[in-house]
Ligand binder design. Structure first.
Ligand code: DGP
Length: 145
């Protein structure tokens, strides 16, 4: 998708409506049009990157610092008991411009845990296999990012 067609790029440029709650040099945050709870914000980098895996390392610190600020602001400003922070990457990602969901949470708000059912591992062998595959991939990435 070109940045001209991206709805979040349009909001960033002021070409589409967005109820902006925060902006700085690298990012903006605005209200999600279909909130899980009132106050659900999306924090996005100004540059068009599709997923967390695509953004430059230098951006991660400043971006997550802003996620922390917005989380605190939602907690205080909306008197939320807690905050859910999450990112869909490709699967379940409906807008291919990286966005961090920052959602106010209150006990009994009907958002169940991680939203999805969870299952235990079949056995220890499966756990060790998964652990080894992730650790191996991390080691390879550390050698050659
Ligand atoms: P995800 O499913 O993780 O890609 O979340 C995308 C979110 O973006 C979804 O919660 C709805 C929101 N969204 C989609 N289009 C617009 C829009 O035009 N404006 C705003 N404010 N939010 C949008």
């Amino acid at each position: 998708m070109s940045t001209r067609e991206c709805i979040f790029c349009k909001i960033i440029k002021g070409d589409a409506e967005g109820y902006i709650v925060f902006e700085d040099d690298i990012s903006i945050a605005f209200l999600d049009v279909r909130p899980l709870n009132p106050g659900h914000c999306l924090l996005v980098p100004r540059e068009h990157y599709e997923t967390l895996m695509d953004i430059p390392d230098e951006l991660i610190g400043p971006l997550f610092k802003n996620a922390k600020l917005i989380s605190k602001a939602i907690e205080v400003g909306l008197e939320a008991q807690g905050i859910f922070v999450g990112i869909n990457n490709r699967v379940s990602q409906s807008v291919p411009h990286l966005h961090i969901h920052i959602v106010p949470r209150n006990r009994g708000d009907n958002l169940k845990g991680f939203f999805w059912p969870r299952y235990p591992y079949k056995d220890r062998e499966t756990i060790l296999d998964i652990q080894n595959r992730i650790r191996g991939a991390i080691n390879r990435l550390l050698i050659q990012p």
